[in-house]
Design a protein around this ligand. Structure first.
Ligand code: ADP
Ligand code: MG
Length: 314
């Protein structure tokens, strides 16, 4: 009987901070990440891949704004941009994964799924949007754009201008979870929940609609992992291990932490908000719901015994 792994690719798996983000670069990065991924096939896992979309959806939003200004194209709501990014990124990953499988003479099919995720429109996150997205504006432009009282702008901490901020509500249900689980357990590799999924809510009891928000990809991946009853959640990023006192002379990398320790370290502020903290929260959620383990690491340590930080019940 094969085990089931959910593997969350960080933004870095495709676009690195020091790169421009050309398609050639993204394809090369994806190929490397997919090559690492196949180590899990050797360990007898079925696989669901999830991924971030930060830099890509950022570029899609800039392109929409330019299209609107230059050619009068209609404004594109954020949920549509997230859907674009899911299609684009899943295509790149799927194609590179096919190339890796062919090179290694491995026979698995791959399917990419556009994924909607249910959120609650009364989620308190909608009262205080925190996630900056899209282009930078001047104060005057931002004031004009926020006159509708629906759009909130915040000044960038690094002084680059004003930027729209949206809510990051808690993901509640992955709509395709049953199909994702079924296909993955049949041995096909599934790519789903890109960028944390497209946030949707019930406008009426039988009518779904997208909403202007973004879902944290680590939290959505963790929810998916519990909803498909995964045996392990891997959160892949650009550091080999989670650290205490990160980036200080007292820095200490962790091989393992229990959920009680993880909660304590979170409270003590060891993990960056918007970077490592959501991964640790995602790990805690999955471990608490499933009793299984989460590993946070780089893709090259995916299958190694002492690579990465394990988060466990006890
Ligand atoms: P991803 O695209 O993989 O989600 P993020 O940039 O969101 O990447 O998160 C990974 C980053 O978290 C690392 O590059 C590191 O700079 C940062 N980080 C913050 N706190 C810690 C910590 N305590 N230990 C390790 N990395 C940390
Ligand atoms: Mg991140």
């Amino acid at each position: 009987m094969k085990k089931l792994a959910v593997v969350a690719f960080g933004g870095n798996a495709l676009m690195r901070g020091d790169q421009k983000g050309t398609i050639d670069e993204q394809e090369a990065n994806a190929y490397q990440a997919c090559e690492d991924l196949t180590k899990l096939l050797d360990l007898n896992y079925n696989i669901v891949v999830t991924h971030g979309n930060g830099p890509q959806v950022g570029n899609i939003l800039l392109a929409n704004t330019a299209g609107n200004k230059l050619y009068g194209l209609p404004d594109m709501p954020l949920d549509i941009s997230v859907a674009y990014s899911q299609g684009f990124i899943a295509y790149v990953i799927e194609q590179q994964l096919r190339n890796v499988l062919m090179a290694k003479d491995l026979d698995r099919d791959i399917i990419s799924i556009i994924t909607q995720v249910l959120v609650n429109k009364d989620d308190p996150a909608f009262q205080s949007p925190t996630k900056p997205i899209g282009p930078f504006y001047t104060k005057v432009e931002a004031d004009k754009l926020s006159a509708d009282n629906k759009t909130v702008f915040q000044e960038d901490a690094r002084g680059r201008g004003w930027r729209k901020v949206v809510a990051s509500p808690t993901p509640l249900v992955i709509f395709n979870r049953q199909t994702i689980e079924k296909i993955a357990r049949e041995g096909h590799i599934v790519i789903a929940v890109g960028g944390g999924g497209i946030p949707c809510f019930y406008v009426e009891s039988n009518k779904l609609q997208g909403i202007d928000a973004v879902i944290d990809k680590d939290l959505a991946s963790s929810l998916l992992a519990s909803q498909v009853r995964a045996d392990k959640l891997f959160i892949l990023t650009d550091v080999p291990k989670v650290c205490l006192n990160y980036n200080s002379p007292q820095e200490k990398s962790l091989d393992k932490m229990t959920i009680a320790e993880a909660k304590k370290y979170l409270e003590e502020g060891h993990f960056g908000e918007g970077s490592m903290a959501p991964k640790v929260r995602a790990a805690i959620n999955f471990v608490e719901r499933s009793g299984k383990e989460t590993v946070i690491t780089e893709s090259k340590f995916l299958a190694s015994e002492n690579g990465g930080t394990k988060v466990t019940i006890v």
